[in-house]
Design a protein around this ligand. Structure first.
Ligand code: ZN
Length: 282
């Protein structure tokens, strides 16, 4: 039988659990925000499941992706956690508004986007546009922007490499140990694979992405292997005349390497279905 003290302790624990669960759901995952260190003078801002990249230089702060207005306001108010410098430059990884809105919060900044990006992105007109690649320096840091090509995720997706920290950053095209959804309307898995191959051909040490954990260059190579082997396995299954269902089931039975990846449950089977459809339409 529980003593009175044990019972009241138990009630306290239950109440505390309920309160914390309630406040977590009130905040919502999308409102979990923090600045975390990547390496050297490079940081990430988290806004729920979305991440931007922040580089502190002696001549201002370079931000890749403002994410959204509320996240940008939060960053402006909390940037003093890491520097006294203001945000002076904004690079857009691509123009999808779940990563690219909110730039106006930072006032006058120098802005960079691929030439295929819309004329304005949530009210901001990118000043510097480029076709293939563009490299610039702020203080002691170098920023290498590279176009990833069309047909995959986004028509205006670029990679950003920050030196001397050697951090490579891409958004939505790939992320360390994370299954891609491949679900953007009209996108091609093969084109997305080529986008990431292009990124992986670059030299960098740390792999940061718009979603998920931090990894290394080896994680980018592993991601290429993941998508390449998925496409090959689907092609083999189709050539053998298997049904869609059988192809997916056969591939997922051999998935030991990928079952621990983020989004495996929601996206593995659906992304294979998308690859099947693409290869059937070739
Ligand atoms: Zn996107």
């Amino acid at each position: 039988m529980l003593s009175h003290i044990k019972l009241s302790k138990l009630l306290l624990i239950i109440c505390a659990t309920l309160v914390s669960a309630q406040s977590l759901s009130a905040q919502g995952l999308s409102r979990q925000r923090e600045i975390s260190h990547v390496t050297g003078d490079v940081y990430r801002m988290r806004d729920g499941g979305h991440y931007s990249l922040i580089t502190v230089t002696q001549k201002g702060v370079v931000l890749v992706d403002p994410l959204n207005t509320r996240a940008a306001q939060w960053l402006k108010a909390n940037l003093s956690q890491i520097t006294d410098q203001p945000i002076t430059h904004i690079i857009y990884s691509h123009s999808h508004l779940d990563h690219a809105s909110g730039g106006r919060v930072f006032g006058e900044t120098k802005t960079y986007a691929h030439e295929k990006a819309p004329k304005t992105i949530d009210g901001v007109t990118p000043l510097v546009r480029f076709e293939n690649d563009h490299t610039f320096n702020v203080g002691q840091k170098q920023f290498e922007l590279d176009y990833l090509g069309a047909g995959g995720h986004g028509e205006d997706s670029i990679s950003v490499i920050v030196r001397p920290e050697n951090v490579g950053f891409v958004v939505d095209v790939a992320a360390p140990k994370r299954i891609p959804s491949l679900s953007e309307p009209g996108q091609s898995a093969i084109a997305q694979l080529n986008q990431v191959k292009h990124f992986t051909s670059k030299s960098f040490t740390h792999f940061a992405a718009g979603h998920g954990r931090i990894g290394t260059h080896a994680d980018a190579v592993e991601w290429v292997t993941y998508l390449e082997s998925s496409i090959d396995a689907v092609r083999t299954g189709l050539n053998q005349g298997k049904s869609d269902r059988q192809i997916i089931s056969d591939i997922m039975q051999k998935d030991a390497d990928y079952r621990t990846w983020q989004q495996y449950g929601p996206w593995r089977a659906s992304s294979l279905r998308i690859i099947i459809k693409e290869l059937k339409n070739q």
